[in-house]
Design a binder for this molecule. Structure first.
Ligand code: KG4
Ligand code: ZN
Length: 361
């Protein structure tokens, strides 16, 4: 099955052609970062205009790089949520129009679910592992995939998921407030590092001392049982406040080379919280491997923390290849290639769903 994937949920305009859920024939991402940078964050109005402007060219380029023409596609797959309504609408409308013109099927894809499939995409980097059940032909993930613990860390979501097969996900825990990427973005803004904050923070933290400041790790107490911890919940809003107070109380701290220590300590607090909840799940849930997906999974410090964790628990560690961590359409087409199209929702029957959640089952 040769699928054209389209992704416009936030600030990347992306198209990709993927065969059988894992052979990436092309992966084109136009990042709008430069357009949003002057505003210190994503401006929805600018994002949707930029999608409209660039998507036709991105689509042409994806087909050109894949070496296929429109007739060589078996179908289209497009993200319909979660994300920015006006941005999602550009991708969904374009996909529908193309599908009608080409007389090809077109299905709607959940962006969060698509992120999970980034670990099955092979990387240019030889060090990236692959999941063995999927290397050969198009075989749907079934119960022969030993349950996988996936840490999903993006700019909008932070969740621990038990993945047992296609469409079979159990949400173990998620953030009560800010997402991990959002915490990094907000912290970087406070430190004057610019947008997007995650990579800026990683760069600023280089050579810094992660133990310089003991920022809170955000343990949550369960509301219904005072004193009992909700083992897999995350909370990052207190961390951002702690940084705000620290900077207020130590106005000189960021100068004289102190910035790298503050940045290193701040991101360490985020990653410790992620690793801590993942470790609990590795202890309590019967899972055969650990995986990490989403934009924050690009971070080298987080990668090495999670790799150590997996090694300590003697389970394989599957990290999404670097180029498929942040938003892209290859993961959208990869998921589409694993689905039963007669049961997948047709894009023609869908509206955009900005608040769409990960399906469970
Ligand atoms: O998955 P993604 O591209 O978009 C969403 O679906 O949200 O994730 C974007 C997030 C942003 O918060 C960005 O700061 C973060 O991923 N990010 C990073 C790095 N690269 C991107 N965080 C830490 N280290 C990085 N190298
Ligand atoms: Zn994303």
């Amino acid at each position: 099955v040769r699928v054209l994937g389209i992704e416009t949920s936030c600030d990347e305009t992306a198209a990709a052609v993927v065969e059988d859920g894992r052979r990436v024939l092309s992966n084109v991402v136009y990042s709008q970062i430069a357009r949003h940078q002057p505003y210190g964050g994503v401006v929805p109005e600018i994002a949707s205009r930029a999608h409209l402007e660039t998507l036709p060219g991105v689509l042409d380029e994806a087909l050109r790089q894949a070496g296929v023409d429109w007739s060589g596609l078996d179908g289209l797959a497009v993200t319909y949520g979660p994300g920015l309504a006006s941005s999602l609408l550009i991708g969904l409308t374009m996909a529908r129009a193309l599908a009608l013109r080409l007389d090809k099927p077109c299905i709607g894809i959940n962006h969060l679910e698509a992120h999970l499939y980034s670990i099955f995409l092979p990387s240019d980097r030889p060090s990236s592992p692959d999941l063995r059940p999927l290397t050969s032909d198009l075989r749907p993930l079934t119960s022969d995939l030993s349950p996988l613990l996936v840490l999903l860390v993006t700019g909008g979501h932070t969740a621990l998921i038990r993945m047992e097969g296609v469409g079979r996900y159990r949400l173990l825990g998620q953030t009560r407030d800010d997402a991990a990427g959002e915490a990094l973005d907000k912290g970087a803004k406070l430190l004057g590092l610019g947008y997007p904050g995650g990579p800026a923070m990683e760069k600023a933290a280089g050579g810094g001392d992660p133990a310089f400041i003991d920022f809170p790790r955000g343990l949550i107490r369960r509301a219904d049982a005072p004193g009992a911890e909700d083992p897999y919940a995350f909370s990052f809003s207190g961390l951002k406040t702690a940084l705000l107070y620290y900077l207020r109380d130590h106005p000189e701290a960021a100068g004289n080379g102190g910035l790298k220590d503050i940045a290193a300590s701040y991101q360490e607090a985020v990653f410790d919280a992620l690793a801590d909840r993942a470790e609990r799940a590795l202890r309590r849930e019967d899972v055969g491997a650990l995986a990490c997906v989403g934009g924050v999974a690009r971070n080298q410090r987080l990668r090495s923390k999670l790799a150590d964790l997996a090694a300590r628990h003697r389970v394989p560690f599957h990290i999404a290849p670097f180029e498929y961590c942040t938003d892209n359409a290859a993961m959208v087409a990869a998921l589409a290639g694993r689905l039963n199209w007669s049961r997948a929702p047709s894009a023609h029957d869908l509206d955009v769903q900005p608040g769409l959640a990960l399906p469970s089952g």
